[in-house]
Design a binder for this molecule. Structure first.
Ligand code: HEC
Length: 116
């Protein structure tokens, strides 16, 4: 088939299908990330135990490096204290009970204890 006028269209079509496939793969990936971020309080059974990711929800009040903002600095706190606050809360403060489940609280406490 020489100089078939349809060939360029077929090429464009193939390119378009490839692009759609690629974008849907990327979309599925983003969805997983968003689902992971929204963990904590959801009905997911799998615990997110990456402390450095979990503290992203704390920095708004405790500062970007957790040295304090609206809330106090978290550096140098006892791991047990952090777990206690995250699960039982501090009455009358923004630290409400059940902020994190036990596994997440532990991961966060371990991560914070590595901060200097
Ligand atoms: C809405 C703002 C806010 C967010 C979000 C927040 N905190 Fe707090 N946090 C506070 C405030 C305010 C206090 C001080 C409470 C008080 O007056 O005792 C506090 C106190 C604490 C304490 C007790 C500190 C101490 O000296 O005993 C810990 C531990 C703590 N927060 C950890 C966290 C962690 C970990 C996160 C993220 C999972 C988090 N907080 C998210 C506002 C916040």
């Amino acid at each position: 088939m020489k100089n078939n006028p349809v060939v360029p269209y077929i090429l464009i079509l193939a390119f378009g299908i490839g692009l759609i496939f690629f974008m849907s793969l990327q979309g599925a990936d983003n969805k997983k990330e968003i689902a992971a971020e929204q963990e904590g309080g959801g009905e997911t059974t799998e615990a997110n135990d990456d402390g450095s990711a979990l503290v992203q929800t704390c920095i708004g009040c405790h500062g970007g490096d957790l040295t304090g903002g609206v809330g106090p600095s978290l550096h140098g706190l006892d791991e047990a204290r952090i777990v206690d606050v995250l699960t039982n809360g501090i009455e009358g403060t923004p630290m409400t009970p059940g902020m994190k489940n036990e596994a997440e609280a532990k991961a966060i406490a371990e991560y914070i204890s590595t901060l200097k």
